[in-house]
Design a protein around this ligand. Structure first.
Ligand code: AMP
Ligand code: MG
Length: 288
């Protein structure tokens, strides 16, 4: 099954998250066949790795993956389980926190542009410039006319990147409020996860409907042909990882990534090699 047409938000489409089931079963997947899921994921991971190898070697295009979601929806998990397939050489994760004084002193896209991928790079935005129409809107950190103008500014920014060789994929990890609470409990129960707990988890949760509204409008206004949003049912982690890795793999396949043309005269280099080899043998012989 190709997940791309299933989860991609068409340009101009209305988005109602309440009407989208966050469970894998809703699209006909259950975890019964764990081995099959595991082997599909492994296959995508291998393909992604080889595409990224070519992207890096070629050095002319780049890939930007934006991850946005409610707290505990699994952005970190996607980075661990999906992007770990790629070589750290040529891959970067950029997290977006509360703006630093230097960031806050500039326009909201400044830091996004600063961290956008160079040619040959894959960059993952763990949160992104979208926070400036999400948390900023929900908490009224700037007046409405300011954040409202940002949808178009984001579209222009992303058009600039994509027309300069950056492929953009944006994922909204869709969980429901019950699943979030279940994950908060897991964080409480598991000492290995205590470090993830933040007081703001619960204060932000109170704004759930406001965040949903902000996400819906952001996705509606900024899902474009060249920079699409995908809404991924994410209540089940294994399905979330499977769907995202497939979408990335198929997108990279369509980028027609090839290894660069050889820059040297291979015949001449072969001769250098043979000369060096016989030289090395001579030295070995004479030291016997
Ligand atoms: P975390 O990703 O859990 O480390 O949290 C980062 C926090 O920074 C989240 O609460 C975000 O909402 C917040 N954040 C990210 N970008 C912005 C922004 N532009 N303005 C205000 N808060 C932000
Ligand atoms: Mg957090």
């Amino acid at each position: 099954m190709d997940f791309r047409p299933l989860f991609r938000v068409a340009p101009g489409a209305r988005v109602s998250l309440a009407e989208i089931n966050p469970n894998a079963a809703a699209v006909g997947f259950d975890a019964e066949d764990k081995a099959a899921v595991k082997s599909s994921l492994e296959r995508y991971r291998e393909e992604m790795e080889s595409f990224q190898y070519r992207l890096y070697a070629d050095g002319s295009k780049s890939l930007l993956v934006v991850l946005q979601a409610m707290d505990a929806a699994g952005k970190d998990g996607v980075i661990r389980h999906v992007f770990s397939a790629m070589n750290p050489q040529g891959t970067r994760v950029q997290a977006f926190k509360q703006p630093t004084p230097a960031e806050a002193a500039r326009d909201f896209l400044w830091r996004a542009h600063l961290h956008a991928p160079a040619r040959g790079e894959v960059v993952i935005f763990n949160r992104s410039h979208y926070e400036d129409v999400l948390v900023v809107r929900v908490h009224e950190l700037v007046p409405e006319e300011i954040w409202r103008a940002r949808y178009e500014q984001i579209n222009q920014f992303e058009r600039l990147l994509s027309s300069n060789g950056t492929k953009i994929l944006k994922f909204y990890l869709h969980i429901d409020a019950d699943e979030q609470l279940a994950r908060f409990k897991k964080r409480l129960d598991d000492p290995n996860r205590h470090w993830k707990i933040s007081e703001s988890d619960y204060t932000e949760r109170k704004f759930w409907p406001d965040y949903i509204q902000a996400f819906e409008e952001a996705i509606e206004k900024t899902s474009t042909e060249e920079s699409p949003w995908y809404i991924i049912p994410s209540n089940q982690k294994w399905f979330r990882n499977l769907a995202i890795s497939q979408i990335i793999t198929e997108t990279m396949r369509e980028m027609n990534l090839t290894l660069p043309m050889v820059k040297v005269d291979l015949e001449a280099v072969r001769q250098h090699y043979h000369a060096a080899k016989s030289q090395a043998e001579k030295i070995k012989q004479s030291s016997l």
